[in-house]
Design a protein around this ligand. Structure first.
Ligand code: FES
Length: 323
């Protein structure tokens, strides 16, 4: 702003007490001044009281009351001041010329360009820096997300020995003994009807991709088949009332560990997907897109429960390379 800027013209003369714009109560300014001052003093007292009651940790009611009095008093005082003691409009101001003179423009340009010692003409350089900076910032936003992804699922041909980090295959194979997480082998009479147990292939206890929920289904009725209505081709995948399913939810991989015996449903606690155990664990509700993979099981002559093969599909949630 230049010192040569035109001055505001049209300054108004002070209002007089017989000014028709004055509110009636403003015609006695001394009284209004006293009232405004009193209101503000009450407000100050309220604030002071608030400080005290807050300091001594008095009741919330006292804090609210004193704070309220403070704000109310101060507010009333300020409003009264503005409304009754300040000149009231309407005011008219002559519009002055906003146009800068040539001298003023020259001085302004000299002040801007001279301050940094540069002319503001290097837009290409600034645009380039801005583009590179924006790109780096975008990368900074993307990289953490990509970096935080888990390892790529390994295929069985990529792995030797025990399968780790695989969503294509597990360590279950024909003849694997069912074992609890503590390594205890599971016998055919270990579970009551309606009972469930988390099992692993012997030797891989605690392995996440291998976890399986073993269920002994309730007898449905004297004339019902002892086994659930299995999907086609899987009628023999259960044995003596037992069925076994991968415990990894096909939605996002949470362990599906809640079994409702009365309805024979498995419930995933994460997003409440419900799987119908009596019909091949097809999802009945929730975001899970596929049935839980079933593990074929059998019982050997000693009563030991064993896998009769592996899963017929990848366990867990979907992923890009999943067939
Ligand atoms: Fe099971 Fe989402 S992980 S429903």
């Amino acid at each position: 702003m230049s010192d040569k800027s035109p001055r505001v013209d049209g300054a108004q003369p002070p209002a007089t007490l017989d000014d028709p714009h004055l509110l009636p109560s403003a015609k006695n300014p001394k009284r209004m001044e006293a009232l405004a001052a009193l209101a503000m003093l009450i407000g100050m007292a309220g604030f002071a009281a608030f400080i005290v009651v807050y300091w001594i940790n008095a009741s919330n009611y006292w804090e609210s009351a004193t704070l309220g009095i403070g704000m109310l008093g101060l507010g009333v005082g300020v409003i009264a001041w503005g409304k009754y003691l300040m000149p009231q409009g309407p005011f008219v101001e002559e519009r002055h010329d906003f146009h800068s003179t040539d001298d003023e423009r020259t001085a302004f340009n000299a002040a801007i360009t001279g301050r940094g010692g540069l002319e503001v003409k290097r837009r290409k350089l600034l645009l380039g820096i801005f583009a590179i900076g924006g790109g780096i910032m975008t990368l900074a936003l993307i990289v953490p997300g990509v970096r935080s992804l888990g390892p790529k699922p390994a295929k069985s041909e990529d792995t030797e020995g025990p399968v780790e980090n695989s969503l294509f295959t597990t360590n279950w194979k024909k003849g694997s003994k069912l074992a609890t997480v503590s390594g205890r082998l599971v016998q055919v009479d270990d579970l009551e009807v309606g009972g469930v147990l988390t099992v692993f292939p012997q030797g891989f206890e605690g392995s996440s991709p291998d976890q399986v929920i073993l269920i002994r289904l309730a007898q449905l009725g004297p004339n019902d088949p002892p086994y659930p209505i299995a999907p086609p081709g899987k009628t023999s995948w259960g044995v003596q009332g037992y069925v076994a399913y991968s415990k990894l939810c096909t939605h996002l991989g949470c362990p599906v560990g809640l079994y409702q015996e009365r309805t024979q449903q498995l419930v995933c606690p994460c997003h409440q997907s419900i799987f119908d155990v009596n019909a091949g664990c097809i999802p009945q509700f929730g975001p899970a897109p596929r049935p839980l993979p079933q593990l074929p099981i059998t019982v050997d002559p000693t009563g030991q429960m064993r896998a009769n093969g592996s899963f017929d599909q990848a366990v867990g949630p979907g992923f890009w390379e999943r067939p």
